[in-house]
Design a binder for this molecule. Structure first.
Ligand SMILES: Cc1ncc(COP(=O)(O)O)c(C=O)c1O
Length: 337
């Protein structure tokens, strides 16, 4: 941070350049484009893919609202699809049920740090945008989120697996044209600050945040391992006898961003944990397709797993530092509840 302050360069300078290279290379992608946050990253990446008015984008409803909110800003229509109830991720089958001749892209969310089966979905013949906001540090059978589909987006919101000291985001891709379009769109649709080819955005990762992220990135793998170990502590303490545990997708090693269990009486469970001062909460009790702002885009397919997950899920404590002893305490509280 001192280096940035002394340089006097605060916007689109050497720290952003370096972090874009370092983070893209960590993911296994050829290009990174730093943007202001993970929501605008999705809008910009979709537009860079060529998504616009008249197009449809398939997206899960069981996700953070922003995964969907980013779509109408491109002029396209969100089309909701279901998830696998055990993994909380979309599958090739749930996506296929929502495809139409107008589908231009799929937003596959790596929810809670799990890794959606991107290759299987792209095999349907439609480009996948990975919403990897919650999955920095996870691993899938074919590599890391950020390099599994045509384009990917990240959030560096402080609470994320890789966080900065404010808002930040990134688009990663190995397609040079998509990278170039995203780079132009994040700066008002201009390459040279003289000619403005498109109506773009002012959406940039700033130098201070990039400098912070360059310090954090070398720790990401150790933190991700801590999140995995915390999940194992819960398993070993017998949590699976009491509630349904989150299931990693085939071949995935998730860096659990949130550890989300399912139970038929989640509110009762929550009260029991809170009585022992263990914080926990549901994140998406009302799935996105039932949010008031989404009335213009009603779900066109049934979403039974989404409704079930929304009703039964509960996020219990998760952190890279969660110890075996703490996991046992949480499990004891679940058992008592
Ligand atoms: C799945 C998902 N997508 C998108 C976002 C949006 O990221 P941001 O808050 O940086 O805009 C978030 C997090 O907030 C998220 O969890």
């Amino acid at each position: 941070m001192e280096r940035v302050l002394e340089s006097g360069r605060y916007i689109l300078g050497p720290e952003v350049d370096a972090f874009e290279r370092e983070f893209a290379s960590y993911c296994g992608a050829a290009h990174g484009v730093g943007v202001a946050n993970g929501t605008e990253a999705i809008t910009i990446a979709l537009r860079a893919l060529g998504v616009g008015p008249g197009d449809e984008v398939v997206v899960p409803s069981f996700t953070f609202y922003a995964s969907v909110e980013a779509i109408p800003h491109t002029g396209a229509r969100p089309v909701f699809c279901d998830i696998d109830p055990g993994t909380f991720c979309v599958t090739a089958d749930t996506v296929k049920a929502a495809l139409t001749a107008r589908t231009k892209a799929v937003v596959a969310v790596h929810l809670f740090g799990n890794v959606a089966p991107v290759a299987e979905i792209e095999a349907l013949g439609v480009p996948v945008l990975e919403d990897a906001a919650q999955a920095a540090g996870s691993r899938g059978p074919d590599g890391r989120p950020g390099a599994l589909g045509t384009v990917a987006t990240f959030s560096f919101f402080p609470a994320k697996n890789l966080g900065c000291f404010g808002d930040g985001g990134m688009v990663t891709t190995s397609d040079p044209q998509i990278a170039e379009r995203a780079r132009t769109l994040r700066f008002h649709g201009s390459r040279d600050k003289v000619t403005y080819d498109q109506v773009g955005y002012n959406s940039r990762l700033d130098e201070l945040q990039a400098a912070v992220l360059r310090v954090q990135l070398p720790h990401l793998d150790a933190w991700a391992e801590g999140r995995r170990s915390a999940g194992h502590h819960y398993e070993q303490a017998g949590l699976g006898e009491l509630v349904a545990l989150p299931q990693p997708t085939a071949g995935a090693a998730p860096a659990w961003h949130l550890y989300v269990v399912r139970h038929s009486e989640p509110d009762h469970l929550r009260e029991g944990l809170r009585a022992r001062e263990i914080d926990c909460r549901p994140y998406y009790r009302t799935p996105v397709h039932r949010q008031p702002a989404m009335q213009a885009w009603p779900a066109s397919v049934e979403l039974p797993a989404t409704e079930g997950a929304a009703r039964t899920h509960l996020a219990i404590p998760m952190s890279p530092l969660l110890s075996r002893h703490q996991a046992e305490e949480v499990v004891a509280a679940v058992r008592a509840a």
